[in-house]
Design a protein around this ligand. Structure first.
Ligand SMILES: [Zn+2]
Length: 422
């Protein structure tokens, strides 16, 4: 994990405009919009009742930054702030499919970034930053001071002040990409009783996403949130676009022998890894950067293959550590088919830099397993077990810049200082 941490720590994280959905289908309320702007940058903070999927993009002529929030609406009486600094004006509107659109007219072309944070009253907060964020940090400090001296900011929450050279994304959530296997034209395995793997996988994936989104410091992204087909490469692409710290693919196994039952957990095999490395190297001119922003396209052959190799072996050992925890937790909710973590060349596990697990939750071909798999009580139990395994892993191996990392540092400091019992 040293190398992984090094890659993540030294190089800036990729930013992206795609984020996953929460499993619940109720509408997210935008409770407030706050704009801070300077001549060089701006930050828009949207306080929501819960997280929802968002899209962030820019348009030209005139220059605009657009934030689309799916399944969201403005709460009654919410005031849309006036333009400030680089932002000339903010408008909101509703798009088809209950999508709330927030449009910022901007003075200059800027690169927007967005991240989710925990918000007020158990809600979630989408922070959109444009242009130079460092200019905002200074501005925050000034406005916090003037607000304090004026003492005229009722109900306004203190804004975190970010030092100019503070590590980026401190306190960020650990992002888990949850991949419900199969979907659409691909039903996966089908049990004797007619239960389809794609439905069970989606139900467990949604339950897991809900559990993760309820946990402080964690956020789930679903690669699919409906009954449609997506390719394996697209599943991986969506996880990468969300800067996922871990990828969990949920399945249910099938075998001719109907007596076979129980769960198994897979990670990528070394054979699978080396064939994938060959593909990345061959296509590295157009390949995406590794997580952590390491580009392979500008490296010579040897360096590129060394970097890829380091990244892959770190990802595989991280996958193994997480898989062992998940397997142990699954043992508590039912039968485990194979007591060891299995390794295979499944395509969906092949991200060279994201620890990835494939979980066969049970055998849909076994009548007992099929019956259990189709009840929501058992689906939730499985989700809870997977969640426990993942959370345990991140408590022990927190990615830099996350709340888990902060909590661990605080814990260790407390133990050393003797303020808490070890
Ligand atoms: Zn499957």
């Amino acid at each position: 994990m040293k190398i992984k941490i090094f890659l993540l720590g030294v190089l800036a994280l990729l930013t992206c405009g795609w984020s996953g959905a929460r499993a619940a289908s109720s509408t997210a309320e935008v409770r407030s919009l706050e704009l801070t702007g300077t001549r060089r940058g701006a930050r828009l903070v949207l306080d929501l009742s819960r997280s929802t999927s968002h899209e962030l993009f820019t348009l030209d002529k005139p220059r605009r930054v657009v934030v689309d929030l799916r399944n969201a609406e403005l709460a009654k009486g919410v005031r849309v702030p006036q333009g400030q600094g680089i932002v000339r004006e903010i408008r909101t509107g509703t798009q088809p499919g209950r999508t709330l659109r927030v449009v910022l007219d901007v003075e200059a072309s800027v690169e927007p970034r967005a991240r989710w944070e925990n918000g007020a009253r158990g809600g979630r907060r989408l922070v959109v930053e444009l242009g130079d964020a460092a200019s905002l940090a200074r501005n925050d400090a000034t406005s916090a001071q003037s607000a304090a001296s004026a003492a005229a900011a009722p109900r306004k929450e203190p804004q975190p002040i970010r030092a100019v050279h503070a590590p980026r994304d401190t306190n960020r959530d650990v992002v888990i990409a949850i991949d419900a296997g199969h979907g659409g034209k691909d039903p996966g395995a089908i049990g004797r009783g007619g239960t389809r793997e794609k439905d069970v996988a989606l139900a467990i994936a949604r339950a897991l996403a809900e559990r993760i989104n309820d946990a402080p410091g964690m956020r789930a992204v679903l690669t699919r949130d409906g009954d449609y087909y997506i390719s394996h490469r697209e599943r991986i692409r969506r996880a990468r676009a969300a800067n996922a710290d871990m990828f969990i693919s949920v399945h249910a196994d099938s075998i001719r022998n109907r007596d076979v039952s129980g769960a198994s957990v897979y990670i990528l095999s070394l054979d699978g890894a080396s064939s994938e490395a060959a593909r990345w190297l061959a296509e590295r001119e157009n390949a995406a950067d590794l997580i952590g922003g390491v580009s392979l396209s500008d490296k010579d052959d040897v360096l590129a293959s060394v970097l890829l190799d380091l990244s892959q072996s770190a990802a595989i050992s991280a996958s193994m550590a997480a898989a062992e925890r998940v397997l142990r937790a699954l043992r508590d909710v039912g039968e485990v088919r194979k007591p060891q973590v299995q390794q295979a060349g499944f395509l969906v596990l092949k991200s060279p830099d994201i620890p990835s697990l494939l979980i066969e939750t049970a055998y849909i071909s076994n009548p007992g397993d099929e019956k259990r798999l189709s009840t929501s009580a058992h689906q939730r139990k499985l989700a809870e077990a997977i969640f426990k395994g993942i959370r345990g892993y991140f408590e022990e191996h927190p990615p830099p810049g996350t709340r888990f990392a902060q909590a661990r540092r605080a814990n260790l400091a407390g133990v050393v200082a003797g303020t808490t019992t070890p």
